[in-house]
Design a protein around this ligand. Structure first.
Ligand code: AMP
Length: 568
C-alpha cells in the first residue's frame, strides 16, 4: 500500500475528537488494507514499528531529525531552526520546508508502507561509528520520496511523537468491525491479545486466517502474557462471598512484578508494562539459572530490594535498579530477592487453564529456595480469622498487605477478576484509598509554581468503552523536584487538542496530554460530581508517586471506582 493513503488517514484521525468516530474511520480503512500490510499498519498507527515488548526504540534525536529535514529540503540549517521555532513541531517543519523540494532522481509519492517500515527498522538497527550520518541519510531518502504531508508523519513516527490518539484496544475494536463486521468480536480478539499482546500478530492472523485461528493463539515462550490482576473488597468479610472454598493467601509485596520466560538457555524478564527488563537484572538471570529447574517455563513473582540479612527494603530502593548504565555497580549496591508466586507454562505445556493449586504445586517443585530466590510467603486456609492473623503478620513484616487467591481458579491473563483479591493496609484504616490515574491535562501554576504546572487533570480508564474519564484535579503532594520533572516527562505527550479517547465534563484543562503517564494518588473520599466525566470525583487527592510500571490502560478503571463508591 502507498504510504500516502496512510498519511491521509492520519490527517483524518488528527481532526477527530470522538473515540467512536476514530474507531469507525480506522475500521473503514482496515477494510481496504491488503492482508500483507495489516500488521505493519497496525504498528504504525500506534506510532510503533514493533510490539512494545520487543523494546525497539526509534532513537533519533531531534537535532539529527532537523538535519535530515534540511538535507531533504535542500535548505540550510538556520532556516530549519527558524521554521522549527516558529511552528514548534518538527513534523510541521518538514511539511512546510518540503513543499518545494530540490530536483532529485527519487520519484515523489512512491513510498510504500512496507518500504517505510523496513527503512525505519534499518534506522534502529544501524549502530557504531558513522551510524548517525547513515540514519540521517536513510531518513532523507524517505522524506524525499514522501509528499510534504507524508513527511510530517514520518518525522513524528521517527521522533516517537505521532500521538494519533489510538491505543491497542482501539485497534482491536476497529479490526473486529473491519474483518468480522461485528464489534462484539473484539472480546475474542482481546482474549487472544491478553495471551499475545501484539497487535501485529493479532491483525495478521485475523486478516489471513480468521477468527477461528485467533481463538487458537496460545502461550509462546519469549512473548509476554498480560498479567492477572486482583480486585479489591471493602471488608475482609466479603472475601468468603466472592471466593467460595479454600484460599491461597500470600503476602502482597511492594516491589515490581516480574514475568520470567525461559526457552532452552535464554532467560527474558518482562515488567508489568511488558517491557523487556532482562538487562537490568543480570543477577536475577543467574539466580534463576541456578535455582529454578525446567527446560522451558514462564513464571511470575515480585522482585524486592533486600538488606544484607535478606529483609525487604522500600520500593524506592528497588527503583535504583531501573537504569541503563552502571548496572553491575548497582547489582552490588542494591541486592534483590525474587518472591515467586505463579507458573504459567512448563516444558511444552500451557498452565493457564490449570488451577492455582496445580500451578503453585508445580512451581514449588521447580524452585530450590535460596537467599535471592524464594517462594512467596503463603498460607492455605478457608478461615477468615487465619487470614486476618496472616495480614497482621505481613504488616509487621512491613509488607503492603495480602493477596487472597482462589485455589481452583485458572490464570486469567490480563483480567482483574474476583479470583484474586487484594487487601492492603490503606483499606484497613478505611479512610483512604490509592488510585492509579492517567494525566490527561494540566493547568499552569501561579506564584511559587509559575513556570510549571500547578495542577493536573487526572482520569481513570473505562475499559469497556476504551476511554479515559476525568475524575480529579490533583495539586497536593507534588514536591519541588516532581514539579520540575513533570513537564519534562509530559512534554513527549503534549497535544494541542483533546485526545479522542479522553472524556471530560465541566473541568477543562489549559493543556492536553495524550494519556500515557500514570500517577498514584491517595484520596480520602469519592463523591458525586458533575464536573468530572465519571460523574464521581476523588476528594482531597494527594500525589504519592509516578507509576512508571503502568501504561495508561493499566490505570484504575471507572468500574472499580464506581463499585467503591457504591460500597461506601
Ligand atoms: P495493584 O497494583 O494494587 O493492582 O496490585 C497488583 C500488584 O501487586 C501486582 O502487579 C504485583 O506487582 C503485586 N504483588 C505483590 N505481591 C503479589 C502476590 N503475592 N501475587 C500477585 N501480585 C502481587
Amino acid at each position: 500500500m502507498d504510504f500516502q493513503k496512510l498519511a491521509d488517514l492520519y490527517e483524518e484521525l488528527e481532526h477527530t475528537s470522538s473515540g467512536n468516530k476514530m474507531r469507525e474511520i480506522l475500521a473503514e480503512f482496515f477494510k481496504k488494507v491488503p492482508e500483507d500490510d495489516i500488521a505493519v499498519i497496525s504498528y504504525l498507527t500506534l506510532g510503533q514499528i514493533t510490539s512494545d515488548y520487543e523494546g525497539v526504540v526509534l532513537g533519533m534525536a531531534e537535532k539529527s531529525v532537523l538535519k535530515a529535514i534540511g538535507k531533504a529540503a535542500g535548505t540550510d540549517e538556520s532556516r530549519v531552526k527558524k521554521t522549527m521555532q516558529e511552528l514548534g513541531d518538527a513534523g510541521l517543519t518538514a511539511e512546510k520546508l518540503l513543499q518545494k523540494k530540490p530536483q532529485t532522481l527519487v520519484p515523489v509519492g512512491k513510498l510504500t508502507v512496507k518500504e517505510l517500515f523496513e527503512k525505519l527498522h534499518k534506522i534502529t538497527d544501524t549502530t557504531g561509528t558513522g551510524s548517525q550520518e547513515e540514519k540521517i541519510n536513510i531518513l532523507v531518502n524517505l522524506l524525499q520520496k514522501a509528499s510534504p504531508k507524508g513527511a510530517k508523519y514520518i518525522i513524528r513516527i521517527t521522533l516517537g511523537t505521532l500521538r494519533m490518539g489510538a491505543g491497542d484496544m482501539t485497534v482491536l475494536d476497529a479490526l473486529a468491525m473491519a474483518y468480522t463486521g461485528d464489534k462484539k468480536n473484539k472480546e475474542v480478539l482481546e482474549k487472544a491479545y491478553n495471551i499475545c499482546p501484539d497487535v501485529g500478530i493479532i491483525s495478521e492472523t485475523l486478516a489471513k486466517k480468521g477468527l477461528k485461528a485467533i481463538e487458537k493463539i496460545d502461550v509462546h515462550v519469549g512473548r509476554p502474557i498480560k498479567m492477572m490482576l486482583a480486585q479489591r473488597v471493602e471488608s475482609l468479610a466479603e472475601v468468603a462471598e466472592k471466593i467460595p472454598g479454600r484460599w491461597g493467601v500470600e503476602a502482597k509485596y511492594d516491589g515490581e512484578r516480574m514475568q520470567v520466560h525461559k526457552s532452552k538457555d535464554k532467560i527474558s524478564i518482562f515488567s508489568r508494562r511488558m517491557e523487556n527488563i532482562t538487562a537490568q537484572f543480570p543477577d536475577v538471570v543467574k539466580y534463576l539459572q541456578e535455582h529454578v529447574s525446567g527446560k522451558e517455563y514462564v513464571i511470575e513473582g515480585e522482585i524486592l530490594a533486600i538488606d544484607k540479612d535478606g529483609k525487604p527494603l522500600h520500593f524506592q530502593v528497588l527503583m535504583q535498579r531501573k537504569r541503563k548504565t552502571d548496572i553491575e555497580e548497582y547489582v552490588k549496591k542494591v541486592p534483590v530477592q525474587l518472591k515467586l508466586f505463579d507458573l504459567l507454562y512448563y516444558n511444552g505445556k500451557s498452565f493457564l487453564h490449570e488451577s492455582y493449586e496445580t500451578r503453585t504445586n508445580q512451581l514449588a517443585k521447580m524452585v530450590n529456595v535460596g537467599k535471592h530466590i524464594t517462594l512467596a510467603d503463603r498460607i492455605m486456609t478457608d478461615d477468615p480469622r487465619e487470614v486476618e492473623k496472616f495480614f497482621q503478620k505481613m504488616l509487621k513484616e512491613k509488607q503492603e498487605g495480602i493477596m487472597i487467591k482462589s485455589m481452583d481458579s485458572e490464570y486469567q491473563a490480563g483480567t482483574r477478576g474476583w479470583n484474586w483479591i487484594k487487601w492492603k493496609k490503606e483499606y484497613h484504616t478505611e479512610t483512604t484509598d490509592t488510585f492509579d490515574l492517567v494525566i490527561v491535562g494540566a493547568f499552569y501554576g501561579k506564584g511559587k509554581r509559575s513556570g510549571t504546572y500547578g495542577a493536573l487533570l487526572c482520569a481513570c480508564y473505562n475499559d469497556k468503552d476504551d476511554t479515559f474519564e476525568t475524575v480529579t484535579k490533583l495539586g497536593t503532594g507534588l514536591t519541588d523536584e516532581m514539579l520540575e520533572e513533570l513537564p519534562k516527562k509530559l512534554k513527549r505527550h503534549l497535544v494541542d487538542h483533546k485526545p479522542a479517547r479522553v472524556i471530560i465534563s465541566d473541568i477543562k484543562p489549559e493543556v492536553w496530554f495524550e494519556p500515557a503517564v500514570v500517577v498514584e494518588v491517595l484520596a480520602a473520599e469519592i463523591t458525586k460530581s458533575p464536573s468530572h466525566a465519571l460523574g464521581l470525583a476523588l476528594r482531597f487527592p494527594r500525589f504519592i508517586k509516578l507509576r512508571e510500571d503502568k501504561k495508561a490502560e493499566q490505570a484504575t478503571t471507572s468500574k472499580e471506582i464506581k463499585q467503591m463508591y457504591k460500597d461506601k
